[in-house]
Design a protein around this ligand. Sequence first.
Ligand SMILES: [Mg+2]
Length: 117
Amino acid sequence: MGIHQMQSDLRAFARERDWEQFHSVKNLVMALSGEAGELSALLQWVEPGQIGAWIARPANREAASDEIADVLAYLLQVADGLDIDLEEAFTAKLAKNAAKYPVEKSRGVSTKYTELG
Ligand SMILES: [Mg+2]
């Protein structure tokens, strides 16, 4: 399923429930932030070396999948509400990041682009 189909499905989901009245861009951004927090909370106390074992448990995988889908759904709706094409935005931002972080300067280092020199 492509991005535009997902956005169309989300519009229909909200319309069928008369929820569009609640979906201001501001509210959607706050919901996006909340769902990102829910995803963070799942992993909050899981040590990096334990992630593999953690996600191997079906209940954890389902919970993480649900929160990731929630984040995606609100991100799709925010972009839809702002009439921003997500594929174009992603492509443009990846190109900007590639320019900011040239491989020869940034490979293997986590230095912010302003400090790469
Ligand atoms: Mg959630």
